[in-house]
Design a protein around this ligand. Structure first.
Ligand SMILES: Cc1cc2nc3c(=O)[nH]c(=O)nc-3n(C[C@H](O)[C@H](O)[C@H](O)COP(=O)(O)OP(=O)(O)OC[C@H]3O[C@@H](n4cnc5c(N)ncnc54)[C@H](O)[C@@H]3O)c2cc1C
Length: 522
């Protein structure tokens, strides 16, 4: 039915439910909300298609009742709704299609209750990550959730996509921090989940909605756990000759029950980036500077056009570039693999934990590099991810893939992905988000093609090849970026028959299929 209603009629109907300034069909709004930060959308942008499928309408609800009315309208007119937080998702989860209505939740951005004695906070979904931490910090509290996108992502988006912050090894992922939700289902019902304390009354309904990417309900409120802000952070860097040795060190201290906040092991090439270029350019951008600088002894900064040409040339020969990165560059730099470990909390405890980790790492063959690599990382912890535009300007693309598996399969997974995609794109990785049972691998890949259409084909080929390699090697296809559109095809491989449970829930909670259709496995 939605397609039979004109855009103007939809806006009029929505204008009778919400206030005028909560509804827009203006072209700039429709274009701005036509995508999230899925890099595929950026390639389309380069191809001259800034908004291939803009939503019909953008709305900004301000209360849970607004969301209820929107959902009732959408169910009545069979118009799909796409919940939208910060739009920082990198899998196309918040990307609408024509005919759909984007529901931006950023005006629902209040802290409803800061329950200090019980270390809980009730917050609306549109709360920006950085603002949230700043407000908590005034009461000496923290969530401990620091995704690299903290400046441009929201609490609702974190919960919907099962986000992980940089300190997840100590504080857990967002699913470990949430104790209750308020959700509006596709029938317009308001469901409140969660119990005070660690109750054991049946299944955990909160977790049903965490990670559901807006397909089972729109999150309108969350109750989250908070902790005392750390009084001290201790960082230290260690060198290893090989990735395998660094992984063994991490496994050992994680299985001794030690809980660092930050654990990052960079492979040989990512080490060059982490130690030299972080914050000054994108990873692939830095690669070119580093390679050219080392090989030709260029000391002055390159002219912009030389840089773009060099970047294009380098990325058009990924096989060559990967061999260079694997073989020659580590020898030239002599750096091996960098491990950064951070602990935090009360000063004596943080220091004691750092000391124990230090002993374990040295015992596993690590070379002590002192505190500087960790301090360098902390200074640039939010910079690198936001500096990738240079590669897109030069006609290329960059993307990241975060997968995970158990300790015994990590190296196999790492090698399998590298081998599979090395002929197609330049690839590097670091290992972070460690657990006693395993760890996540964060791959960064960059590619280039002469024209954007070929670039899109290459991009799709790389993802299909990489995800196939991941599933063959027994890894999980995502650790914290979620599914969106980019990983849908592989959901069956990962979830098998349990996907039928999801479809059953969808029929009950969203019978008209108006909540973010075409995402997850549908
Ligand atoms: C530079 C950069 C760095 C990043 N670093 C990290 C990182 O360190 N860790 C990490 O986990 N992720 C990271 N990401 C990915 C992204 O920031 C996360 O997926 C984040 O959780 C998305 O939050 P958002 O508010 O932007 O959500 P959006 O992108 O707006 O939405 C994400 C999904 O959630 C749904 N959704 C949003 N709000 C709601 C709601 N209230 N109710 C129901 N569904 C909703 C959307 O429909 C969509 O499916 C990074 C992204 C970028 C661009």
């Amino acid at each position: 039915m939605a397609d039979t209603i004109s855009i103007e009629a939809k806006a009029r109907q929505l204008g009778s439910i919400l206030k005028d300034d909560q509804v827009s069909i203006l072209a700039p709004d429709r274009v701005a909300y036509s995508r999230d930060l899925w890099p595929r959308g950026l390639i389309e942008f380069s191809a001259g298609r800034p908004a291939p499928s803009p939503p019909d309408v953008v709305v900004w609800p301000e209360t849970t009742q607004d969301v209820v009315h929107l959902v009732e309208w959408a169910a009545g007119t069979e118009t799909p709704l796409v919940p939208y937080g910060g739009g920082s998702g990198v899998c196309g989860g918040a990307m609408p299609r024509r005919g759909q209505v984007v529901v931006d939740l950023k005006r629902m951005d209040r802290i409803l209750e800061l329950d200090g004695p019980n270390h809980r906070v009730r917050v609306q979904p549109g709360m920006n990550g950085w603002t949230f931490e700043e407000v908590l910090g005034r009461s000496n509290l923290t969530m401990g959730h620091f995704p690299s996108s903290i400046f441009c992502s929201t609490v609702g988006g974190w919960l919907a996509a099962r986000s992980a912050g940089q300190a997840s090894t100590r504080y857990g992922k967002i699913e470990d921090m949430v104790s209750g939700l308020e959700v509006v289902t596709g029938k317009g019902e308001v469901i409140r989940t969660g119990n005070p304390g660690a109750a054991s009354l049946g299944p955990d309904w909160t977790q049903l909605f965490v990670g559901s990417e807006g397909t089972l309900g729109i999150i309108t409120e969350a109750t989250l756990k908070v902790l005392p802000a750390p009084e001290m952070r201790v960082y230290r860097g260690y060198g290893f000759d090989r990735v395998s040795a660094g992984l063994e060190a991490i496994r050992r201290f994680m299985q001794k029950g030690l809980l660092p906040s930050v654990v990052r092991l960079y492979d040989e090439f990512d080490t060059v980036i982490a130690r030299s270029g972080a914050g000054r350019g994108s990873e692939a951008d830095t690669l070119v500077k580093e390679v050219m600088g080392r090989l030709t002894h260029l000391t002055k900064p390159m002219l912009p056009w030389v840089k773009v040409a060099a970047l294009r040339a380098a990325l058009s020969k990924p096989g060559w570039l990967n061999k260079l990165a694997d073989g020659l560059l580590p020898k030239l730099t002599g750096q091996g693999c960098l491990l950064v470990v951070g602990t935090e909390g009360r000063p004596r405890l943080a220091q004691a934990e750092a000391d124990r980790i230090h002993e374990e790492v040295l015992r596993a063959g690590g070379r002590d590099l002192g505190p500087r690599p960790g301090e360098h990382w902390e200074k640039h912890r939010y910079s690198v991810s936001f500096k990738q535009s240079g590669v897109f300007y030069s006609g290329g693309f960059v993307d990241t893939m975060e997968v995970a598996t158990t300790w015994d399969g990590l190296l196999r997974l790492y090698e399998a992905v590298k081998t599979a995609v090395s002929p197609l794109v330049f690839i590097m990785a670091h290992f972070s988000h460690a657990y006693p049972e395993g760890c996540s691998i964060y791959f960064t890949f960059a590619g280039s093609s002469d024209d954007p259409e070929q670039g899109l084909k290459l991009y799709d080929q790389v993802w299909n090849t990489a995800l196939a390699a991941v599933t063959r090697a027994g890894g999980t296809i995502s650790h914290h970026h979620g599914v969106g559109r980019s990983k849908q095809a592989f959901m069956v491989e990962e979830h098998g028959d349990s996907l039928e449970l999801f479809r059953m829930l969808k029929r009950v909670l969203d019978p008209k299929e108006i909540l973010n259709p075409g995402k997850m496995s549908l």
